[in-house]
Write a protein that binds this ligand. Structure first.
Ligand code: ATP
Ligand code: MG
Ligand code: MG
Length: 427
């Protein structure tokens, strides 16, 4: 691997040599986080060259990518420069410069998925409008421009009321819950979002100017996700539906960050079909190739409602590395390159994925994570993934552990024994 440099132009390796992998096309990825890293890992097995664009010199993908251009994926000139070096341009994050991608497409650059898809998805309100127009069931929603509008939404949808930023949201950062009309103002201004000063500055809803909308509160019984792959020939292939369990955040009194994924989800076949059909329909309404993650709510009366779609590999699909014939990362590469889609079915009866979230800042946080990794190494069927992020922060996704095994009962028991405090009584 070529080392990254600090400058924008990284004197890219010139590819004069013929490539003898499964594809000669160089895949460019906007973003070099953990998803970019795992794309590079899958690519290296097939001798596919992946180059990444990320502002961090030591981003998770940098050590594994064929090359790393240091620069912002949100800066037009940088993205255009990067695109010159790619046969196909894709993303590992939706918060990229969609206008530049549109311009590049007009110039003939091959973007997968299409810029139109990124534009719709990166604005969660626009996304909701798009999917409701396509007849996909989702929670009621409406745009809010001021406090009066928020109160009208509260009168209409009731409380608790979910307020969301239209843009730049992830891991629940950009959501706030108002339990009553009296809490609307503080929810909008971010005061109830989190007590962590840094997060508060970065991710508080930050007033109406930022662009907000509300969603009717959905008292779901389970959250599900379906990874859908779409080939360049528009063929569609769905992974088995999984259950995602989000961590309860004591400060905001709600679930926000993905904690555990159970594959397959324990749901009746009828629900499985409803979820898969909704996911299939949602992805069919978007343009371009790649894998997409469709997040869904299952309500107690057996309804499936769409939460949101990600136009890229997703946390809910990490288990596929060990538990499916074709991982979501390999599938994404196959899709954007126009190769045949692989088999999304599970090759192990059950898998459970546990996110290694930062529990403390800095060294103490690293120490705690490594203690857990040490325990995982002794668990049968467990695979450790560490993203090698340069900084440890609370609630940050630092790695994950997947345990694959012969039944959900067994992998759950393995996870439990891994998480059990050392020295505590065995059950
Ligand atoms: P991601 O990291 O998945 O991109 P995000 O920041 O875009 O997350 P959402 O997916 O909108 O956030 O919401 C995060 C979580 O908040 C959901 O997974 C769900 O647990 C909860 N949630 C979201 N919308 C609602 C709703 N309308 N009613 C109840 N809970 C909700
Ligand atoms: Mg999201
Ligand atoms: Mg989400």
């Amino acid at each position: 691997c070529q080392a990254s440099t600090d400058t924008h132009d990284t004197s890219f390796r010139k590819d004069d040599l013929p490539v003898h992998g499964v594809s000669e096309v160089i895949v460019g990825v906007l973003g070099g986080g953990q998803l970019g890293r795992m794309l590079c890992q899958a690519a290296s097995e097939m001798a596919i060259k992946v180059i990444v664009l990320d502002p961090l010199t030591n981003c998770p993908a940098s050590a594994i990518a064929y090359d790393h251009m240091v620069g912002s994926f949100d800066d037009s000139a940088t993205v255009q420069e990067f695109a010159k070096r790619c046969g196909v341009l894709t993303v590992e994050i939706e918060h990229v410069d969609a206008a530049t991608m549109e311009k590049l497409e007009q110039q003939g650059v091959d973007c997968q998925p299409k810029a139109s898809t990124i534009r719709i998805i990166q604005d969660k309100y626009l996304q909701k409008v798009h999917f409701s127009r396509h007849g996909i069931p989702l929670p009621d929603f409406m745009q809010i421009d001021d406090l009066e509008g928020a109160k009208r939404a509260g009168d209409l949808f009731g409380y608790p009321l979910m307020l969301k930023s239209k843009r730049l949201a992830y891991d629940g950062r950009g959501n706030a819950v108002a339990k009553s009309e009296g809490e609307l103002s503080s929810a909008v201004n971010g005061e109830m979002f989190t007590t962590e000063a840094q997060l508060l500055r970065e991710f508080a809803l930050g007033g109406f100017d930022r662009g907000l909308y509300v969603e009717k509160w959905t008292p779901f019984v389970k959250e599900l996700a379906v990874i859908v792959a779409r080939g360049r020939d528009n063929s569609i292939s769905c992974y088995p539906a999984v259950e995602t369990i989000h961590k309860y955040d004591i400060e905001s009194c709600r679930e926000n960050i993905c904690d555990v994924v159970k594959a397959p989800a324990d749901i009746p076949w009828k629900i499985r079909k409803l979820a898969t059909d909704a996911a299939h329909k949602a992805v069919s309404s978007l343009e371009g190739a790649g894998v997409f993650a469709v997040e869904l709510f299952l309500t107690k009366d057996g309804q499936i409602l769409l939460n949101e779609v990600a136009p890229r590999p997703h946390n809910s699909g990490h288990h596929t590395i060990e538990s499916c014939y074709t991982s979501q990362f390999e599938q994404h590469l196959r899709a954007v390159l126009g190769l045949p889609l692989g088999d999304p079915s599970m090759k192990t009866p059950a898998a459970i994925m546990y996110n290694l979230l930062g529990e403390d800042e800095g060294e103490p946080g690293f120490h705690l994570a490594h203690q857990l990794i040490g325990r995982a190494l002794n668990i049968q069927g467990a695979s450790v993934h560490w993203y090698d992020k340069p900084e440890m922060r609370k609630q940050r996704k630092m790695g994950h552990i997947t345990i694959a095994g012969p039944s959900m009962g067994i992998v759950e028991a393995q996870l439990k024994s891994m998480l059990k405090e050392e020295g505590s009584e065995s059950q």
